[in-house]
Design a protein around this ligand. Sequence first.
Ligand SMILES: NC(=O)c1ccc[n+]([C@@H]2O[C@H](COP(=O)([O-])OP(=O)(O)OC[C@H]3O[C@@H](n4cnc5c(N)ncnc54)[C@H](OP(=O)(O)O)[C@@H]3O)[C@@H](O)[C@H]2O)c1
Length: 388
Amino acid sequence: MPARRVVLLGSTGSIGTQTMDVIEQLRAVHVHHEVIALSAGHDSPRFRAQIEAACPQWICVADEVEASRLASDFPDAAVVWGRGGLVQLAQLDKADLVVNALVGSVGLPPTLAALDRGKAVALANKESLAIGGELIAHALQARSGSLVSIDSEHHALYRCLGDRPPREVRRLLLTASGGPFLRSSAEDLVDMTPERALRHPTWSMGHRITIDCATMVNKAFEVIGAHRLFGIPYEAISVLIHPDSHVHSLVEFVDGSLLAELGPRDMRIAIQGILTYPEHAPTQLSRLPIEEGFTLSFEPFSPQQFPAYATVLEAARAGGTALAAINAADETLITRFLNRDIGFPDIASGLARTLDQWRVEFDPHRSPVSLPAIEAADAWARSFARQL
Ligand SMILES: NC(=O)c1ccc[n+]([C@@H]2O[C@H](COP(=O)([O-])OP(=O)(O)OC[C@H]3O[C@@H](n4cnc5c(N)ncnc54)[C@H](OP(=O)(O)O)[C@@H]3O)[C@@H](O)[C@H]2O)c1
């Protein structure tokens, strides 16, 4: 397994810290990845501890003033800042692998920049794939770069599909825990607090994705990601409720056989699987106690129960910059919900209104999708969702 020089964007988040942990654990099996660059939103104690541990040659934070403070405290590193800084790190000549663990649309420009330089990208930032899927596909065709998704569901699909072509696949089945509100009625949701929404039954993650799990926007992004990554039509991708979260996804082949990937509820297994793919490397992480006896339960998924899921897939079918608008509105509405400015059901209704208004403002003038077009739709949707 080759050692690689890694740029890790979003190193202080849930995926970022777990990636650091996996890289550390891989040393025990003689896979020595070198972290050459780290980025975070802010100068925080966690970020400083990571810099001290990994001694990266490049550092990036969002803000210029914080960047100057870091530059004087870490004189051996080159410090850059802002979106331009993220793009610089993604294009470093020395980098073999760019791990993008940023949250939100800020992740798209560095993804494209890395692919434009022919880098290998391990992409946790699922917003990149949703809002910039066409640009990513174009960059992959035009250059020698590669992209794999860091997501337990997509990792399961890589493992189950192996090298089988799409014509042998009847459908992909993405599992979903159902989130904290699987058993809640529409009436219950009216008074749901941010604390309740942030209490995910099986996974511990950043705030944005945790709320996206409660609305199922996250699952819609995964469906879009699976469509784009594996070239399987939307009609052949289904969601299956699996509250235990032990089966991470399944593939049904045309001969009726099903392959599933199971494992503990630990994202580090998917992260390591992607860092070592297609090989499996030993790990000290906990194992699934399957011989102690356990049952797996599955339930049908009802999109009517999660209206935001349907809106996101409708935006995917609308094409153009619809998903960029929906993603930006989602980020804005989630912040408003966490600040107790709007209720939980207002996230789904706000997304539907954003899509309706996007059709009025953008659809008739649809032009080819480009980064500036995505950024314009993003800025418009943030402003629209702030006023809802
Ligand atoms: N968490 C999971 O288990 C999981 C699983 C599958 C996929 N994903 C996807 O992985 C991505 C990251 O998720 P997460 O849960 O790890 O998020 P998170 O915990 O919120 O971490 C986000 C990271 O991005 C940084 N960041 C945020 N805004 C930034 C900005 N404007 N400029 C530069 N850096 C910024 C944060 O820095 P600060 O810490 O300084 O704010 C942090 O390092 C998301 O797309 C998510 O959907 C996550």
